[in-house]
Design a protein. Structure first.
Length: 422
C-alpha cells in the first residue's frame, strides 16, 4: 500500500463522516470546526497532552463517532561483538534499519463497532542480508497488510474477526510500542505467531478479576494479496488471568496461556507464508507485578513437538523446549527507566536464536541445545504519562550458546533506537 493510497482512504473516511454528521468536525477542546488544522493535529500527536489523533470526532453522530490515524515508526541501530567467530565481510559488525514502519486508521462506528486497518509500509531500508559469505547493506521493505479487523464491544466482552496479532505469551502480548527492551527473548520469538487471520473473544482484564482471551487462527497467509488466510491448518489460543495483588508485589496479575496447533509441524511448500506458532503445544505461566517504581515480569514456558527444520540437507525434529525469562524494571525518574532481563532456553536442537542481529556473525546456524543471555537497558521518555509516544531505547546483551548442530551465537549485542507511536 502506497502512502497516497493510505491518505486517500483517510480522506474518504472523513468525507463519509461529514456526510453522516451534520455537525461536522467536533474538535478536541470542545469547540466546533470544519476541519482539523495542522496545529490541532500536532497537539494531538506531540503536544503537552497527546492522545488519539482524530481526523473526525463527533459523539452525537449515530453512525460514525471517531475516525483516527495511527503511526508506529521505529528506527534502530545494532552492533555485535561475537566470541569465537567473525562477522561477515562488508558488515563491520553493525547495521541499522527501519525496525517497524506502520501507518493505519481506525474508526468507531455504530457506537460499539471498531474498524481497524494497518499496513507495514514498503520502500524503506530494512535489515541487510548475507549472501555467498558477504554482508549486503539493506533490503528494501515491501508493503503488506498487518491488521484489518472488526471488533464489537458487548457489555462484558469483546468479539473480533479479521487479521490481528494474537495476544499470547508475556513479552509478545503487549504492543511492540510498549516494549521495555528493543527485542523479545529468543524462546518467545521462535514460538509466537505472526499477525494472523482469525476470530477471537476477550474481556477487559484491567477491570475483571478473572480475564480471558480465546482465538482460532489460520496458520498461513497469502501476504502479497492480504487474503483471508489459506487455512491449510489452524491453531487456537486460550489465555486466562487472575488478579494477584499482594502475591509478590503490591499490584499483580498471574497468566496462563495454552496454544494448540493442528499443523503437523513438518516442512511445507507454503512455509514462506507460515504465520502460525512454532510448536504443536505451548504452555506458559507468567506474572506481571508492580510496586511503586519497580515492575517485574517472570515467565516459564514449555513447548512440545517443535516445527521441523532442515540442516545440511537433513530434516531435524527438535526435542521439547523449556524456557525461563525474568525482566525487572525500575523508573529512575519520570522520564528514565532502567531494565534488565535474564533468558534461558534449552532442549536438544530446540532453541532457535533470534537471528536478527546474530546473523551478522558467522555462526554456522541458529539452532543450539541451550541459550542464555543477560541484558540491561536504559529507556528515555519524552512524555511521562505516555512513554510509547516518543522514546529512545538502549540495550546491551551478552548471550551464550552451547551444544547443538551449530556453534550458535556467543557474544555481545548492542542496540539503540528511536521510537514513536500514536
Amino acid at each position: 500500500m502506497s502512502l497516497s493510497s493510505f491518505f486517500y482512504a483517510a480522506c474518504l473516511g472523513c468525507a463519509v463522516g461529514s456526510a453522516y454528521g451534520a455537525e461536522g468536525f467536533s474538535s478536541w477542546n470542545g469547540t466546533e470546526s470544519g476541519a482539523a488544522s495542522l496545529s490541532t493535529l500536532w497537539a494531538q500527536s506531540y503536544g503537552e497532552h497527546p492522545g488519539k489523533v482524530h481526523l473526525y470526532r463527533n459523539d452525537g453522530n449515530p453512525w460514525l463517532q471517531e475516525f483516527n490515524v495511527s503511526l508506529r515508526a521505529q528506527y534502530q541501530a545494532a552492533a555485535v561483538a561475537p566470541n569465537g567467530s567473525e562477522t561477515y565481510p562488508g558488515s563491520h559488525g553493525r547495521t541499522e534499519e527501519w525496525r517497524r514502519l506502520r501507518l493505519g486508521w481506525n474508526a468507531r462506528v455504530l457506537r460499539n463497532l471498531k474498524v481497524t486497518n494497518i499496513w507495514n509500509m514498503g520502500g524503506v531500508d530494512g535489515l541487510g542480508y548475507e549472501k555467498e559469505g558477504r554482508w549486503h547493506g539493506h533490503r528494501m521493505t515491501r508493503g503488506n497488510l498487518y491488521e484489518a479487523n472488526l471488533e464489537y464491544s458487548l457489555p462484558d466482552a469483546t468479539v473480533g474477526v479479521g487479521k490481528v496479532l494474537p495476544v499470547i505469551l508475556a513479552e509478545n502480548r503487549i504492543s511492540s510500542s510498549k516494549y521495555k527492551l528493543p527485542e523479545i527473548s529468543a524462546v518467545e520469538n521462535m514460538l509466537v505467531s505472526d499477525s494472523s487471520f482469525g476470530v477471537w473473544s476477550c474481556n477487559d482484564e484491567k477491570k475483571e478479576p478473572l480475564g480471558y482471551y480465546a482465538g482460532l487462527w489460520s496458520n498461513t497467509d497469502e501476504r502479497s494479496r492480504g487474503t483471508w488466510g489459506t487455512w491449510e491448518s489452524a491453531n487456537m489460543s486460550l489465555g486466562l488471568s487472575v488478579r494477584a495483588d499482594g502475591m509478590l508485589l503490591k499490584e499483580g496479575r498471574l497468566y496462563c496461556d495454552w496454544i494448540y496447533n493442528w499443523g503437523d509441524m513438518k516442512g511445507r511448500p507454503y512455509d514462506g507464508n507460515y504465520t502460525g506458532t512454532g510448536a504443536r503445544n505451548v504452555l506458559a505461566v507468567y506474572y506481571y507485578g508492580k510496586q511503586g517504581a519497580f515492575e517485574l515480569m517472570a515467565q516459564a514456558v514449555w513447548a512440545y513437538r517443535l516445527k521441523e527444520y532442515s540442516s545440511g540437507g537433513v530434516t531435524v525434529s527438535p526435542s521439547n523446549l523449556a524456557g525461563l525469562t525474568m525482566m525487572p524494571s525500575f523508573n529512575l525518574t519520570d522520564h528514565m527507566q532502567a531494565v534488565a532481563r535474564y533468558q534461558l532456553g534449552f532442549g536438544s536442537d530446540a532453541v532457535k536464536l533470534n537471528k536478527r542481529y546474530a546473523s551478522l556473525a558467522e555462526t554456522g546456524g541458529s539452532r543450539v541445545d541451550c541459550y542464555q543471555a543477560v541484558a540491561a537497558g536504559l529507556n528515555f521518555f519524552v512524555y511521562r504519562d505516555d512513554p510509547a509516544r516518543l522514546k529512545i531505547m538502549t540495550m546491551a546483551e551478552y548471550g551464550h550458546s552451547r551444544g547443538g548442530r551449530s556453534a550458535g551465537f556467543t557474544g555481545w549485542t548492542f542496540i539503540c533506537g528511536a521510537y514513536t507511536n500514536f
